[in-house]
Design a protein around this ligand. Structure first.
Ligand code: NAP
Length: 284
């Protein structure tokens, strides 16, 4: 297939690496000439540049993945529309769906929303890696275009993704629980540690931090722009989960203050059992 990737960063670059290794022709587009040159050098695109006119987008393209930051997805699609052949399928990888899918469908008839649940704390083309999507859930938000959906399903499966389908609204509510809330819980953890007033204790804590702190602080120490855009574009669902989290935390504080150790352990046991369905399908 002839595939375009716009926004050559962690997600776009990683997708390019996998799609090219499967034999697809990939053109890449990004604002910076350095990003584009690096993407070609590392094998994430066959050709890349900042200008769609120079990439022969119109005669070549079957599918375009828009992999820019969330706020740039709709403006990027609007700029691309004059160059796309009518049959081209367009999708995105943005971490929110309702705010993107509705305007994107108005701009392009063959648009299907997407979101691979994969990533790490790095960003930019240098962070791109092969197999990033292997065994990771990948959400598609079906439209009436069954053929476009089937093409995207098969492309994501070919790079190892486990495809799930749901509405943009359901995606945003579910992703608030397992992705956006954890970012703000994790960043609050780091912020709380910064409240330690005694420099000696703060330094000691840094020296003592090990795998538990590394795991619980990972998503809070990731891409700040991505975290801000999650909050901005999924504000309602994120606030619902944060308020629930606040209530749960308040109950935990009350149990510890009252010395209700049995109740506390019962909650910890319940959590130990409840965690498994969320993470059992994941490979490390
Ligand atoms: P990233 O590493 O920062 O890559 C984004 C790329 O887009 C950059 O390399 C940048 O290259 C280009 N770009 C930046 N601003 C732009 C703009 N205003 N207009 C056009 N291009 C722009 O980010 P990412 O982590 O790959 O995230 C990209 C998308 O994937 C986001 O929509 C995010 O919600 C989604 N996502 C991220 C993760 C994750 O964990 N990171 C997971 C799933 C989905 P140039 O500077 O060369 O243009």
């Amino acid at each position: 297939m002839n595939i375009g990737i716009v926004g050559l960063g962690l997600i776009g670059g990683s997708l390019g690496l996998d799609l090219r290794s499967l034999g697809h022709y990939v053109w890449g587009m990004s604002r910076s000439a350095d990003t584009c040159a690096q993407a070609v050098r590392m094998g994430a695109a066959d050709v890349a540049g900042p200008d769609p006119a120079e990439l022969s987008v119109s005669d070549r393209t079957d599918v375009v993945f828009i992999c820019t930051p969330i706020a740039a997805i709709i403006p990027t699609l609007a700029n691309l529309v004059p160059y796309l052949p009518p049959r081209a399928i367009v999708t995105d990888v943005g971490s929110v769906k309702a705010a993107i899918v509705t305007p994107a469908e108005q701009l392009w008839r063959r648009f299907v929303g997407g979101h691979p649940m994969a990533g790490n704390a790095s960003q930019g083309i240098h962070a791109a890696a092969r197999q990033l999507f292997h065994q990771r859930p990948c959400v598609l938000t079906p439209s009436s275009d069954c053929e476009a959906l089937a093409t995207l399903r098969s492309l994501w499966q070919s790079v190892g993704g486990i495809v799930l389908e749901c509405s943009p609204a359901d995606h945003d509510r579910a992703v608030a629980w397992i992705s956006h809330l954890p970012v703000f819980v994790s960043t609050s953890l780091i912020q709380a540690c910064l409240q330690e007033r005694h420099p000696h204790i703060a330094h000691l804590a840094q020296q003592m931090a090990s795998s538990g702190f590394r795991d619980t602080s990972r998503v809070g120490g990731g891409n700040p722009e991505l975290g801000r855009l999650m909050a901005e574009y999924n504000q309602t669902a994120l606030l619902e989960t944060l308020h629930t989290y606040q209530q749960v935390l308040q109950k935990t504080i009350a149990a510890i203050e009252a010395g209700q150790w049995q109740d506390l352990e019962a909650k910890l046991r319940e959590s130990q059992e409840a965690r498994s369905p969320y993470v059992s399908a994941l490979l490390d």
